[in-house]
Design a protein around this ligand. Structure first.
Ligand SMILES: [Zn+2]
Ligand SMILES: [Zn+2]
Length: 389
């Protein structure tokens, strides 16, 4: 493995430097308006790219990196130059956005998934489409994932459970020892039991073929009916809390997570409408990762918007929680070919209607290292340099 050279940019809430502001501006300027970019028609793509470049021009400057996406990283564990390829130092917590998308199939924004690394342990929250590809690009084998936590069971959060489980027990991809542990609210057991049954043949034929031992192929559910601390191992504590995914509250379960480790914390909103619990559990967190949905016309598709949080609403949550760093992931930004999304600048502007702190628009493979001193963001510029190595 190539030695990793840190090119991250330190973040300190109380000491925002000009350079930092510049780098964060670069992040927002370069962040793809995911849903728009995956437009299916040539006409739409070209009109989108012209509007994207014109909107980005105002904040671009000579220091800005070339455009780069997670797709610039090879899907090859031995060649990964991503910071997540090495475990964080003792006491540090690393958070990497594996997928920042929604149910909309996109090559730029894979399905929602977050990698959390503490010590030698790797945990994943939600398993959206393509999670394992991003995981390998980040330099982590499927077999090295120590646990998966699920917020809810919409397809865009569970599609890769089987992939993480089954690819992870193949010796060539990390060769997990013992069972794959899946944690979450009521319903996890049902999913796990049925996955085990659905894919029994893969286990049977690989064992019969002498490729692996049966006791490495397990998948185990850890189901919790009550909110609270559901995991506490090796200094890492995971707290599950209720959120609300729709106005009638019929999408059940719907959870968020707070993860604490050595005085560091990251909170993940899950899919939710504006919810007090996110502000409460996100209070003073180092990083608050919130879902977001926005259309150019704020009044279009109310049935979609009513199941998510708009940037101005998220701004209110951020203002209450006051995290050290607010981050967006799970973007529902327009519907390709149907509904126009908004630019990155507009996303920031709408957020700042209610929040005056910094907001980072997440991208696949963007990474955050929480240390005793600050939060180092491997942003667009850092990823471009790493991908070029
Ligand atoms: Zn979702
Ligand atoms: Zn959902």
């Amino acid at each position: 493995m190539k030695p990793f050279i840190s090119r991250t940019r330190p973040f300190a809430r109380t000491a925002l430097t000009g350079a930092l502001l510049l780098s964060l501006t670069a992040v927002t300027a370069c962040t793809a308006t995911g849903a728009q970019e995956s437009g299916s028609s040539t006409t739409e793509s070209s009109s989108t790219s012209s509007s994207t470049s014109s909107s980005a021009t105002s904040s671009r400057n000579a220091a800005e990196p070339r455009d780069v996406t997670a797709n610039d990283f090879p899907v090859n564990i031995t060649e990964s130059t991503h910071p997540a390829a090495n475990p964080p130092a003792e006491g540090e917590l690393r958070v990497t956005l594996l997928g920042t998308g929604s149910p909309i199939p996109s090559t730029e924004r894979f399905g929602f998934s977050v990698l959390v690394q503490a010590g030698e342990n790797n945990y994943v929250v939600d398993a959206g489409r393509g999670a394992i590809v991003r995981l390998i690009q980040a330099g982590v084998e499927a077999g090295q994932v120590d646990g998966l936590f699920l917020t809810h069971f919409h397809s865009d959060h569970v599609l890769s459970i089987d992939d993480l489980w089954m690819t992870g027990y193949v010796p060539a991809f990390g060769g997990r020892e013992g069972a794959f542990d899946v944690y979450g609210p009521e319903g996890v057991t049902n999913i796990v039991d049925n996955l085990r049954e659905a894919f029994q043949n893969d286990v049977d034929v690989r064992v019969a073929d002498g490729e692996l031992e049966r006791d490495t192929t397990g998948i185990e559910a850890h189901e919790f009916t009550e909110d609270g601390v559901i995991f506490d191992e090796d200094g890492l504590k995971v707290t599950m809390f209720d959120v609300q995914h729709d106005p009638a509250d019929v999408i059940q379960p719907a959870k968020g997570y707070r993860i604490d480790y050595e005085g560091k914390s990251v909170v993940i909103s899950g899919d939710t409408i504006p919810n007090e619990n996110v502000a409460t559990y996100g209070k003073d967190a180092d990083i608050l990762i919130h879902e977001v949905a926005a259309f150019q016309d704020r009044n279009v598709l109310p049935q979609v918007i009513s199941h998510h949080t708009t940037p101005d609403q998220a701004g209110e949550i951020f203002a209450q929680a006051q995290p050290k760093l607010a981050v967006y992931s799970h973007f529902v930004n327009g519907i390709p070919g149907k509904v126009e999304g908004i630019s990155d600048e507009e996303m920031i502007a709408r957020t700042k209607e209610n929040y005056d702190g910094e907001v980072v628009l997440g991208q696949d493979l963007m990474s955050f290292l929480i240390t005793d001193e600050d939060i180092e963001v491997t942003d667009q510029a850092g990823l471009a340099e790493l991908a070029a190595e």
